[in-house]
Design a protein around this ligand. Structure first.
Ligand SMILES: [Zn+2]
Length: 133
């Protein structure tokens, strides 16, 4: 979709901290993280909601979440990696992958604009952990 911000990110048409990419998915850092290291996984093709993906893509999306969870955990020293799907912000399917250090942190009210320098440093940390795999 031409006016969809996530389509533009997936197509590299607007800048984003893309930390991982496959043929059909992209993962990038949320600029308003619930916790540092908060990632979004999106399909490259425009699909409005997660449950509208066909079974194969749906499985691929959650396999990507699993693949990214270990390096993300190492990069952030998180106790757990939380997964959340709401989809109210942008009408393009996205899975939140959020490092958690304790209970009750998986809460969108905690989202705050990240300092650009902190965000860039976190992205570098995560990318370096991914490359160790
Ligand atoms: Zn889109």
């Amino acid at each position: 979709m031409s006016d969809c911000i996530f389509c533009k990110i997936a197509a590299h048409e607007i800048p984003a901290h893309i930390i991982w990419e496959s043929d059909r998915f992209v993962a990038f850092a949320d600029i308003r993280p619930v916790n540092p290291g908060h990632l979004l996984i999106i399909p490259k093709d425009h699909v409005e909601v997660v449950f509208a993906m066909d079974d194969e893509r749906y499985a691929e999306a959650f396999a990507a979440a699993k693949t990214l969870s270990a390096p993300l955990r190492r990069a952030t020293d998180a106790k757990r990696i939380g997964i959340a799907v709401e989809g109210f912000g942008v009408d393009h399917a996205h899975i939140h992958l959020i490092p958690l250090h304790g209970p009750h942190e998986l809460n969108p009210d905690r989202a705050q604009a990240a300092d650009p320098k902190d965000l860039a440093e976190m992205v570098e940390k995560i990318t370096s952990e991914i490359n160790k795999n």
